[in-house]
Design a protein around this ligand. Sequence first.
Ligand code: UTP
Length: 221
Amino acid sequence: MKVVFSLGGSMVCPDDIDSDYIGKFSKFLKEICVKHKIYVVVGGGKTARKYVDVARKFEANEFFCDVIGIYATRLNACMLISSLNLNQIPFESIGDASKSNEKIVVMGGTHPMHTTDGVAAMLAENVRADLFINLTNVEYVYDKDPKKYLDAKTYEKLSYDELIKILNNSEMSASANNILDLVAAKTIKRSKIRTLILNGRNFENLKNAIEGEGFIGTVVE
Ligand code: UTP
């Protein structure tokens, strides 16, 4: 199978670069790449927010803040490449990443106005991936932030339109913290890409999800 991961920045760099998690994730990738072709698009996390916050103090415009965010995602992608011991430089375009013969292909952001979720979904579209997996720090898609609201509703299954409706209530600004960006949601809808949204720290669960076993997370199809 071809599997495209959107690895949220909150996984690789929640407060600081999480070398322990990156190490565990690369070990997992090395195991599954024997059977599957893997693409990983890495998010910016705190690296992006830290630099964007400073740039905003200097009144940088939103376009430029996006550019800074893109560099941050590539820097985090370099950390994953290091732990995988790959001879690779993060791909800067979906076209180049799609053409790669490597077993594990790693990239960060590409252009302003979307996030690495959008990049990952478009990459999934271009390589005709069997599965698109968004790795986050929560178990499911919820109707509101489960860390703030105890009564947040859990969605185990969503249609593409239901997901878009949930996301439409959130705002698009540089370094906004949403479960999946709208570009990604619209991309998976138009190409009917089977999408899983789940916690990236539970590797047993993630393996079950890829192998078609029962798992904890949200399925969008
Ligand atoms: P992320 O993909 O990490 O987005 O890119 P995010 O939603 O803010 O954070 P997480 O990872 O899901 O927690 C960081 C920022 O970089 C810019 C955007 O401003 C984004 O918010 N970016 C990233 C782009 O403009 N284009 C890209 O292709 C990727």
